[in-house]
Design a protein around this ligand. Structure first.
Ligand code: 3MF
Ligand code: MG
Length: 356
């Protein structure tokens, strides 16, 4: 067995971490009611800071609750109040995502609803989210196109629906000349079949718009796995296009419901490889964020309801160290010799912390 050389590699990326208020939840699932008490936004911000996070992500109505009924001046006032709260904690807002999947007006989709009044609602609502992002101090909008898809294929003209999403994004690009749109693809759930299901779809859709330079994507670990794909390959694909502006790291026990498990909790090697592709790109140097879209286990009690976040963050840091201390010379030698069995062995030994 070859002896592992000492490595002096240092970390190339510049990592800033965030999560959203929905990542500290009450434990409701489709089969049961809440099991924990709600936590105020201010307390979630304090928890974020205490755990070492740098920013928060928002749905539009996380910042301005009951947004639909509110006048523009009221929206501005409430969003600016949230910005003050963030500043008070020394946190930044990473992005705002229009929540286009809760309203009775988006039951059949948002930009692709078969009802033109409902499509108009979705566009107006997104413009409000763009305004809110501006008030919170960010120009990033995440589009998780939750209900843009079908339960039965015959209910929509899929080609027309894709072009409707393109047209909506074009309208947003025009509405604000500084905002950047990050499409978060997901293949299913809540709909049976989503129109923009993978990184490839998200990036290709960007190229259909009038300003592809302002349309990028956010890759979530669990969403790639639900599409039967490797999340690190999806991230690499987006990075090859310089289109990965954020990630939602978590984990997923293969093809089940969207689990949002703690990062690395199901497949440590897969987690390692996600960090590996980020680190090889020097991710974060252009301001990209690392979001942790993880869910509290339903069984977790009230006073320990943020461990999934702190654990995910510390797993990230341990694995980053594993990436940085990988013996690059040995790796290159094994690749040159095409001895991938030995490379496999080395990677496992390195991850397990046993001598190679
Ligand atoms: C859905 C998700 C969501 C989105 C968030 C931002 C709860 O599967 O991953 O996280 O990331 O709503 O659009
Ligand atoms: Mg997500």
């Amino acid at each position: 067995m070859a002896k592992t050389r000492q490595t002096t590699s240092k970390i190339q990326g510049k990592y800033r971490f965030s999560f959203g208020p929905w990542n500290i939840d009450e434990g409701t699932d489709p089969f049961g009611p809440p099991v924990r008490k709600p936590i105020q936004l201010a307390k979630k911000m304090q928890a974020a800071k205490a755990m070492g996070f740098d920013g928060m992500q928002f749905h539009d109505d996380d910042a301005v609750p009951e947004l639909d009924g509110k006048a523009p001046a009221q929206i501005e006032k409430e969003a600016k109040r949230v910005r003050k709260m963030l500043e008070g904690e020394g946190l930044l807002a990473e992005f705002v995502a229009p929540r286009l999947w809760f309203s009775p007006k988006t039951i059949d989709g948002a930009y692709t609803s078969n009802d033109p009044k409902h499509r108009a609602y979705a566009i107006e609502r997104t413009k409000k989210a763009i305004d809110i992002a501006h008030y919170l101090g960010t120009r990033s909008i995440v589009l998780w196109l939750a209900r843009e898809g079908t339960y039965i294929r015959e209910s929509k003209n899929a080609r027309r629906a894709i072009l409707q999403i393109r047209d909506a994004i074009n309208e947003f690009l025009e509405y604000d000349s500084k905002t950047v749109f990050l499409i978060e693809p997901k293949p299913n759930e809540p709909v049976d079949s989503a129109l923009i299901s993978t990184a490839g779809h998200a990036i290709a859709l960007g190229y259909l718009t009038t300003n592809p330079g302002r349309v990028a994507c956010l890759i979530e670990t669990a969403h790639s796995i639900l599409a039967g794909l490797d999340p690190s390959d999806d991230m690499a694909f987006a990075l090859a296009h310089d289109k990965l502006l954020s990630v939602h790291l978590n984990d997923q026990g293969n093809l089940k419901f969207d689990q949002d498990k703690s990062f690395g909790s199901f497949n440590l090697r897969r987690a390692f490889n996600q960090i590996r592709v980020l680190e090889e790109y020097a991710y974060g140097r252009r301001g990209e964020w690392v979001g942790l879209d993880v869910k509290t286990m339903r069984t977790q009690k009230q006073d320990v309801n943020t461990k999934h976040l702190s654990n995910s963050l510390s797993t990230f840091k341990f694995l980053l160290e594993k990436v940085a201390t990988l013996d690059k010379k040995l790796e290159a030698d094994l690749i040159a010799a095409r001895d991938y069995e030995e490379l496999d062995r080395y990677i496992l030994c390195h991850l397990m912390g046993v001598s190679y």
